[in-house]
Structures are given as structure tokens and as C-alpha cells.
Ligand binder design. Structure first.
Ligand SMILES: *[C@@H]1O[C@H](CO)[C@@H](O)[C@H](O)[C@H]1NC(C)=O
Ligand SMILES: *[C@@H]1O[C@H](CO)[C@@H](O)[C@H](O)[C@H]1NC(C)=O
Ligand SMILES: *[C@@H]1O[C@H](CO)[C@@H](O)[C@H](O)[C@H]1NC(C)=O
Ligand SMILES: *[C@@H]1O[C@H](CO)[C@@H](O)[C@H](O)[C@H]1NC(C)=O
Ligand SMILES: *[C@@H]1O[C@H](CO)[C@@H](O)[C@H](O)[C@H]1NC(C)=O
Length: 607
């Protein structure tokens, strides 16, 4: 027996264990990467409860991933530990829902009453704990009715590989074809189901930056906001601030901030001062975790989390007295909305949209504040790709700070705020590794590396990958030892190319600024962050998508002298794009709040 066991053990048993282990692990990776991450929890439980499912699936998976070698099992270890971390957070959030209605907010929302622990099990939508789909033919394309163009329903942004800070600066989980690029992505990429469908195409009408400026001026000049249903002292205060800003004293000789990076430094400075001395924000306590009041501070959607954390904790700006409030904040997380309510395989985010509509309808019925201004003094900050869709209908009236600041997705210049997408690697120390080389030590002209999301990046690579030694344009970057890595290249390139991905926004823009690299934005109809106050052309290069073939000439046409000045400006604007564990003057938290305040002020119509 003992002998037999020992005989069996090294060979058969180990092999068996390996196969079973890899299979289970791959199943997890497979599901977790393909679909929004919350749903993994359910599928894991389903798989555990129903082991026949697990084993029933395994041959398929093993066949599909015929290279289940040592590196892939190491990789799955990594991902599994992330899965459990994530699940832990998710379970915590779900548990708190046991006390439904304890915040008084959500107990009456139809879709919420359906949430029970694992939302996808009880939502009145197709159950998600069914066997994982492997056949690509089962997929359909979610059509975004507003945009009118098909968008891919698989939101890769929530894939664990992207969250974990893949060294390429973005996700290396999903490469289009070549699977050997990174260890981490190696097995994942072989899944046939992950072949991407065609999705967003180039916009039919391109609005150049110059026209965006005109739209901003028109919006702010028209004072389009509805007249309050009944007067309040705060209206007079906002009108006072507006007059002050319009007649701002000259601030050109201010040494603390650097004039060239602003549209109008005098107006910005005055507005910022007034915000600090006047602004009061009422934070709605309604809304339950995890969708409300639960900030996530790392990953690519973290700006909504950081803003929420600092806003809710702010002694300076928060008022408990709604009569004193100039603005009303919904402490909502678009990432957790998706993680909690999106039903895997449902190919529909209608329930997410419905949920937000219900929430706002409830707030409007419960409190008089929304009705007074039709929501125009309400705001939220949301970084998930789907946030523009989730904030349709009535919420459109409010000021939406969105990472996906896409004119074609309904972003309204002068009202909505372009929220920077920041990829925070360390929530304890968000400014770790800040900075890069001076201009003289930036030998590389242009650098890009990343996955080929969307339609622009494949074009970029088509024209520039391996074409020119000055143009370091890659797909997902290998993390080979001895080769300069992603961050080293950002710190030693003159220009960092920031093409759009699936959506107009990309964490690269802030990343470039973070490493003192002049950003080159290639994303038609993207409204860059803090467009109200920043003069983007002074420190960034905006290249229309159609000019990709001409990219090198465009960059070479910038003289050395001008480059040095642009580099200096990037360093000056940097403070506006940094998170700090405690907010500091002019940081990202204050800049977001400032843009909301600024846009609100310029909607005010004199009585
Ligand atoms: C929600 O509350 C309102 C009034 O408080 C009530 O009329 C309505 O029936 C409730 N809806 C649900 C689904 O409980
Ligand atoms: C919700 O979960 C609790 C405990 O897990 C269970 O007792 C209850 O029946 C569930 N309700 C629904 C509607 O599923
Ligand atoms: C993937 O890329 C490597 C080098 O980066 C290359 O050797 C290999 O042939 C490529 N494989 C495919 C399938 O393109
Ligand atoms: C900036 O705004 C102030 C106040 O509205 C105005 O007087 C000044 O001319 C503006 N400066 C520029 C450069 O537009
Ligand atoms: C706000 O207005 C809506 C109709 O527009 C009404 O149903 C609701 O009761 C009002 N809310 C409050 C708190 O008065």
C-alpha cells in the first residue's frame, strides 16, 4: 500500500493533481478575465458546489490551452490570489447588504431589493452561474443605443490582470494574437472565446480642440442652467463668485502657479481662492455599500475612489446643512456598480442604468434639493467606461465628472467635468516613483507600449511599429530582464504617446505627466481633463487620429527650445494630477472639485 502509494505519488498522482489544479485554476482565470470581476465569485461558488461542472469543463479548457506549462500554473497562482482578495472585498460589501435599508436609501429600489449577497444570482435576469461559455459564437455585441455604434460588452478594464499593475503599464492579459509576450498573459490569450469583436469605430464627426474651446465659451456665456424653483442664499453667493471671477485681478506675476499652463490664470486663481473660502458641499448619506460610500483607491478607476474618500472626509467643504450647500454630491462608484450588478453573459447593462435612475428618483422624492434646481447643482465622479451610460436620463442634468469624457457619448462641455484617469499602483503612497529625466537625458523621441484596444492603437502600430529607431512603438511590452521597462521608457522619452483604447480616455495621459513626459494625445473627441482651466496645447501635443502617419514629422517640428519649455510646463502642471493621502492645495482632489464648482458658477444666470 505504502509502496504502491509511493510509486503512484511521484508520477500518476502528481500528474493528476497537476491536471486538476491547473484546470481549476484556468477555469478561474478564464472566467475572471473574460467577465467583469464581481461575477467570478458566483461562478467560483457554482463551480465548487457543482464539481461535475468543474470537471465537465476541464477537457475543453485543457484542449484549448494546450500549453499548460509551468509558467501558466505560476501565473494562475498569482491571479487566484487576486481573485480571493477581490472576492473578499466583494463579500464584505455584500454582507453589509444584509441590513437592507439601514441607510434609508436603497431599500426601495426595485433592483436593489433583488440584491441578496451575490447579486447576479437573484437579479431578474439570466442567471450567471451557468457553465462558462467557451464558444465565441455565443457572444453578441452590446449595442449602445445612444452612441449608435456597437461597443464590446466585455469590459476588460475590470480584468484582474489590468488591476494588478501589469508592468507594461496596462493590461497584458489580452493580446490580440501573440501570446508569448508576457508570462502573465501567456495562457489567457489562447482562449478562442477572447477574440475581440469589432466595436467602436472612428467618430463620424471630429470636433477639434479649437472648436471645443468655442463650445466651452458658448456654454459658459449662455448661463444655460434652469432658474431655481425657489430662491436660496447660495444662489446669490454663486453669482457673487461669478462676478468676482469675471473681474479677477491680474495674477500674471503669481509665483506659486505658472501662467502658461492655464487658460486664464487670473480667473483660475480667483475662482480657486473663492472655492476655498466659500464652497460648501452636501454629501448624500443615502445609498448602501458597496455601490455607494465605498472608495477603491487602486487600479485604473481609482480617481472616483480617491475623490469619494477625500470628499466625504473633508471638514473644510462638507456641510451637514443642505441650505448652505452650493453643491450636492452622490458618493457613487461606477466600478462597484458594474462589479455588483452587471450580470455576466447578460450582454446588457440596463439594470445598471435602471438602478441609477431609481436612485436619483428616490433622492428627488425624498429630499427637496434635486427639485429646486432640477439637479443642476448635483454632481458625481465616475471613472468606469460605462459611466456615461449609467448617468443618462434625469442624471444628465447634474454635473458629471467622467473619465470617459467623450463628446460622442454625451459629455457636455462647460457642464460636465473631464475626470483624469489615474492608475494608482500604491494606495499607501500614490506619488511613489514620481518624476523622470531632464530633457537632455531623454534620448527616445516617442514611446508607446500597450494592448491593442480599440481601433486607434492597431493603426498606430501599423504605421510605426519597428519602422523607425526614434519611434519606440510597441504592442504589449515584454518584461524581459535587462531590457528597459515601461516606466524607464516613460522617464527617458521626450514624448509619450497616449492613444485612445476602447474608450477615449487612457491612464497614460496622467502617467506621462507623472513621469515628466510630454503627452501626445491621439483620441478624437476626447475632452482633456480640467479643460475649463488648463491650456492643454501648452504642455501636450494633440494629434488628430487621421494624422497618425505624420506623427514623427509633427513631433520633429517641435523645436528643441520649445520642447524644453513644454517639459517645464509638464512639471508645473503635475501637481494638479497627484493624489495625496491627505489632500493638499492644488492637488487632484481640489482640481476636480474646482472644475465642478467653476462649471456650476458659470451656469448661474443673474436674476
Ligand atoms: C417605494 O416607496 C414608495 C413610497 O415610499 C411606495 O409608494 C412604493 O410602493 C415603494 N416601492 C417599492 C417597490 O417598495
Ligand atoms: C437572501 O439571503 C438570505 C440569507 O442568505 C436568505 O435567507 C433569503 O432567503 C434570501 N432572500 C432571497 C430573496 O433570496
Ligand atoms: C510572438 O512573438 C515572438 C517574439 O516576440 C515570436 O518569436 C513568435 O513567433 C510570435 N508568435 C506568434 C504566434 O506570432
Ligand atoms: C483673463 O480674465 C480676466 C478677467 O475676466 C480678463 O480681464 C483678462 O483679459 C483675461 N486674460 C486673458 C489672457 O484672456
Ligand atoms: C419633486 O418633483 C417630482 C415631480 O417633478 C415630485 O414627484 C416629487 O415629489 C418632488 N419631490 C419633493 C421632495 O417634493
Amino acid at each position: 500500500m505504502d509502496q504502491g502509494f509511493r510509486f503512484l505519488c511521484p508520477r500518476e498522482a502528481r500528474k493528476l493533481i497537476l491536471v486538476v489544479g491547473i484546470t481549476a485554476a484556468l477555469l478561474l482565470v478564464f472566467q475572471y478575465c473574460e467577465f467583469p470581476s464581481s461575477t467570478i465569485l458566483v461562478s467560483v461558488f457554482a463551480a465548487v458546489n457543482n464539481s461535475s461542472l468543474l470537471f465537465g469543463q476541464s477537457p475543453v479548457l485543457v484542449n484549448d490551452l494546450n500549453s499548460s506549462n509551468a509558467s501558466s500554473s505560476r501565473e494562475t497562482d498569482v491571479v487566484i490570489s487576486e481573485v480571493s482578495n477581490d472576492s473578499g472585498r466583494f463579500v464584505g460589501g455584500s454582507e453589509s447588504k444584509g441590513k437592507e435599508g439601514s441607510h434609508g436609501g436603497l431599500s426601495n429600489i426595485s433592483s436593489v431589493s433583488a440584491i441578496n449577497g451575490s447579486s447576479n444570482l437573484v437579479l431578474p435576469l439570466p442567471p450567471s452561474a451557468s457553465p462558462p461559455q467557451t464558444a465565441p459564437s455565443n457572444k453578441t455585441v452590446l449595442v449602445d443605443t445612444k452612441v449608435g455604434s456597437p461597443v464590446d460588452f466585455v469590459d476588460l478594464n475590470t480584468s484582474p490582470v489590468r488591476k494588478d499593475g501589469a508592468k507594461s503599464g496596462e493590461i497584458s492579459g489580452l493580446q490580440l494574437s501573440n501570446s508569448s509576450v508576457s508570462e502573465r498573459g501567456s495562457s489567457i490569450t489562447k482562449r478562442p472565446a477572447l477574440k475581440r469583436l469589432p466595436f467602436k469605430r472612428a467618430p463620424s464627426k471630429v470636433i477639434p480642440l479649437s472648436q471645443m474651446k468655442v463650445l466651452l465659451q458658448q456654454s459658459h456665456a449662455s448661463s444655460s442652467s434652469v432658474k431655481p424653483r425657489w430662491p436660496s442664499d447660495v444662489d446669490q453667493e454663486l453669482l457673487f463668485a461669478k462676478a468676482q471671477i469675471q473681474n479677477a485681478p491680474d495674477a500674471l506675476d503669481d509665483t506659486r502657479i505658472y501662467a502658461p499652463i492655464y487658460r486664464n490664470i487670473s480667473m483660475f486663481k480667483r475662482s480657486y481662492e473663492l472655492m476655498e473660502s466659500m464652497l460648501k458641499v452636501y454629501v448624500y448619506q443615502d445609498g448602501e455599500k458597496p455601490i455607494f460610500h465605498q472608495p477603491i483607491l487602486d487600479g485604473i478607476y481609482s480617481s472616483e475612489g480617491w475623490f469619494m474618500k477625500h470628499m466625504e472626509a473633508s471638514k473644510k467643504f462638507v456641510t451637514k446643512d443642505p441650505k448652505k450647500a452650493h453643491l450636492f454630491y452622490f458618493p457613487f462608484s461606477s466600478r462597484l456598480l458594474e462589479e455588483t450588478l452587471y450580470v455576466r453573459h447578460s450582454h446588457s447593462r440596463n439594470n445598471l442604468i435602471e438602478y441609477m435612475k431609481n436612485y436619483v428618483n428616490m433622492m428627488a422624492a425624498k429630499y427637496p434639493f434635486w427639485n429646486r434646481t432640477d439637479g443642476t447643482d448635483h454632481f458625481l465622479a465616475a471613472c468606469h467606461d460605462w459611466a456615461p451610460a449609467e448617468t443618462r436620463g434625469r442624471i444628465l442634468k447634474s454635473i458629471r465628472a467622467l473619465c470617459n469624457a467623450d463628446i460622442d457619448a454625451g459629455f457636455s462641455i462647460g457642464k460636465d467635468v473631464s475626470l483624469p484617469e489615474t492608475y494608482v499602483h500604491s494606495a499607501q503612497n500614490p506619488t511613489k516613483y514620481l518624476g523622470g529625466n531632464p530633457p537632455s537625458q531623454r534620448p527616445v523621441l516617442a514611446f508607446f507600449a500597450g494592448n491593442l484596444h480599440g481601433y486607434v492603437r492597431p493603426l498606430l502600430l501599423e504605421y510605426w511599429e519597428n519602422k523607425d529607431p526614434d519611434m519606440k512603438i510597441y504592442g504589449p511590452m515584454p518584461n524581459a530582464k535587462g531590457k528597459p521597462n515601461y516606466f524607464e521608457l516613460m522617464k527617458s522619452s521626450k514624448f509619450c504617446i497616449c492613444p485612445k483604447g476602447h474608450e477615449v480616455n487612457s491612464p497614460r495621459i496622467v502617467e506621462a505627466i507623472f513621469y515628466d513626459c510630454v503627452p501626445v494625445i491621439i483620441s478624437d473627441n476626447y475632452v482633456p481633463p480640467f479643460f475649463e482651466v488648463l491650456n492643454w496645447e501648452s504642455f501636450a501635443v494633440i494629434v488628430p487620429e487621421k494624422d497618425i502617419p505624420n506623427l514623427k514629422n509633427i513631433l520633429l517640428s517641435i523645436s528643441g527650445e520649445k520642447y524644453v519649455e513644454m517639459h517645464k510646463r509638464v512639471k508645473k502642471v503635475q501637481e494638479h494630477f497627484l493624489w495625496h493621502t491627505k489632500p493638499v492645495k492644488y492637488d487632484l482632489f481640489h482640481m476636480i472639485l474646482h472644475s465642478v464648482w467653476y462649471n456650476r458658477i458659470f451656469q448661474m444666470k443673474p436674476a
